[in-house]
Design a protein around this ligand. Structure first.
Ligand SMILES: [Fe+2]
Ligand SMILES: [Fe+2]
Length: 160
């Protein structure tokens, strides 16, 4: 699978989880927390493969990586706010909506501007890059070290 196709597939999962979070109700706080944990896991791996593999590979063909890095930090900050917000409160829905809007702005920019520019790398390069990203994605999803890192990040966010 090509690098841009892999990232678009991920965006679909992220959009789906955000949609479920937006639809979730304050009486179902446990469900909200579980969805939020899943969103953190998917977003964390997604941002790592973009920051470490995709963005460096497209630097010469797309200037958008610089603003994209800044948007990743913004998404991280807003995700931290959602973690800090009581899932039984009205505020939770408001914060999720704002996070979803930021993520949508960022993902659309990648899909509509950055990925078309990345096509200048050529099909073979995008395919090779996609394979490397898939391997890293699977490693990050399963390795004990990254699972521990993610658990600590989750616990830290909940304690703030
Ligand atoms: Fe991104
Ligand atoms: Fe992305």
């Amino acid at each position: 699978m090509k690098a841009d196709e892999l990232l678009i597939e991920d965006h679909g999962v992220i959009r789906g989880l955000l949609h479920q979070l937006e639809q979730s109700r304050s009486e179902h706080a446990a469900e909200r927390s579980e969805l939020l944990d899943r969103l953190l896991s998917v977003l964390d791996v997604h941002v790592q493969i973009e920051n470490d593999l995709f963005y460096p590979a497209i630097r010469d063909v797309s200037p958008l990586y610089a603003i994209a890095h800044a948007e990743h930090r913004q998404i991280d900050d807003q995700l931290a706010v959602v973690f800090r917000t009581d899932p039984t409160s009205e505020d939770f829905h408001t914060e999720v909506k704002m996070l979803a809007a930021t993520v949508e702005h960022h993902a659309s920019e990648e899909e509509q501007e950055m990925f078309p520019q990345a096509k200048a790398l050529g099909e073979t390069e995008l395919e090779t890059l996609g394979q490397a990203m898939r391997q890293r994605q699977q490693h990050l999803r399963t390795s004990a070290v990254s699972q521990t890192r993610l658990r600590i990040k989750r616990e830290t966010l909940r304690r703030l």
